[in-house]
Design a protein around this ligand. Structure first.
Ligand code: A3P
Length: 284
C-alpha cells in the first residue's frame, strides 16, 4: 500500500498531497490561530461525517454548507496539506488533518484552538479502509482483505500505525481545548454527540435547528448528496466502484475477520493499548 507514498519521520503519506518539505514546514512554521477549529482522525474513522456535522452546526442546520470534500473550491474545510491555501485565509479556519501528534504544527500546542479527535474501533477502520483503498487510484491497492489485514497490523498503510496515532493523540485527553469523540457514540446517540460538540464549540441551536442537523448529517442524506458522497472524486482519484459512504455501521468487522484474525488483533490491542484508560475504547 505504501508503494506510492512519501516517507517522513518513519510514516508513509500519500504522495498526491504530501512531500517531506511540506510536512516539515507545516510542523515548524504553520501558525494555528486561537479561533481555528480542527478535526483530527486516523483515515476511515468518520472524518467526513464529523466535517458535515460541524458545518451544519455552524449553519444552524442549513445544508448550504454541505460541500465537505476539502478540495472543492468553496468548501469551508481545508486539509492541513493544503497549507498554502490556509496560510493567508482570514478569520477562523476549519482545518482537517490525519497527522500524528508529533508531526502537528508546534504552534497548536501553545494555542487555544479547539480540536476534536474522532476515534473508531480500529477493526472497523481496517475493514472500511480495505474497501476504500482498493478502489483508490493514488495508493498501491490491497488485493485482498487478508493482505490489508497484514499491512494494517504492521502499520504499513497510509498514515502508518493506527495504534501509534491513537496513543499519541490520547496524551492530549485532559486538555481543555481537546475533545475526544467516538464514531460509535456518534452512531448510537447522534443527538447527544451533536449537543456535546455544540457545547465544546460554544454554539447554541434551537430544537428545530438541531433536528435539521440530525436530518442532514444522516447516512442516507449524505449518501445521496454529491457534495458529500465523493462521487465527484470518481475518475481522477477513485474507480467507479469507489464509495465513501459504504455501510456506515458499527461492528462490521465481525462480518469479515476470521477467528484467527480477531485473536491476533485482540492480542495486539492489548499489547499496545492496555495501559490507557479502557473507557476511551468503548465500542462493544
Ligand atoms: P464504512 O466504510 O464502514 O461504511 P472517513 O470519512 O474518515 O473516510 O470515514 C468513512 C467512514 O465513515 C465510512 O465507513 C462511511 O460510511 C462512514 N460515514 C460517513 N458518513 C457517515 C454518516 N453520516 N453516518 C454514519 N457513517 C458515516
Amino acid at each position: 500500500m505504501t508503494g506510492k507514498c512519501v516517507w517522513f519521520e518513519g510514516i508513509p503519506f500519500p504522495s498526491l498531497d504530501y512531500s517531506p518539505e511540506l510536512l516539515r514546514e507545516v510542523q515548524e512554521s504553520f501558525l494555528i490561530k486561537d479561533e481555528d477549529v480542527l478535526l483530527l482522525t486516523f483515515p476511515k474513522s468518520g472524518m467526513n461525517w464529523l466535517m458535515e456535522t460541524v458545518c451544519l452546526i455552524h449553519s444552524k442546520g442549513d445544508p448550504k454548507w454541505i460541500q465537505s470534500v476539502p478540495i472543492w473550491e468553496g468548501s469551508p474545510w481545508v486539509e492541513l496539506s493544503g497549507y498554502n491555501l490556509l496560510k493567508d485565509k482570514e478569520g477562523p479556519r476549519f482545518i482537517t488533518s490525519h497527522l500524528f501528534v508529533q508531526l502537528f504544527p508546534r504552534s497548536f500546542f501553545k494555542s487555544k484552538a479547539k480540536m476534536i479527535y474522532l476515534i473508531r474501533n480500529p477493526r472497523d477502520v481496517l475493514v472500511s479502509g480495505y474497501f476504500f483503498w482498493r478502489s483508490a487510484k493514488f495508493v498501491k491497492r490491497p488485493q485482498s482483505l487478508e493482505q490489508y489485514f497484514e499491512w494494517f497490523v504492521e502499520g504499513n498503510v497510509v498514515f502508518g500505525s493506527w495504534f501509534d496515532h491513537a496513543r499519541g493523540w490520547m496524551s492530549m485527553r485532559d486538555k481543555e481545548n481537546f475533545l475526544i469523540l467516538s464514531y460509535e457514540e456518534m452512531k448510537w446517540d447522534t443527538r447527544s454527540t451533536v449537543e456535546k460538540i455544540c457545547q465544546f464549540l460554544g454554539k447554541k441551536l434551537e430544537p428545530e435547528e438541531l433536528n435539521s442537523v440530525l436530518k442532514n448529517n444522516s447516512f442516507q442524506v449524505m449518501k445521496e448528496n454529491n457534495m458529500s458522497n465523493f462521487s465527484l472524486l470518481k475518475g481522477q482519484y477513485l474507480e467507479e466502484n469507489g464509495l465513501l459512504l459504504r455501510k456506515g455501521v458499527t461492528g462490521d468487522w465481525k462480518n469479515y475477520f476470521t477467528v484467527a484474525q480477531a485473536e491476533i488483533f485482540d492480542k495486539l490491542f492489548q499489547e499496545k493499548m492496555a495501559d490507557l484508560p479502557q473507557e476511551l475504547f468503548a465500542w462493544e
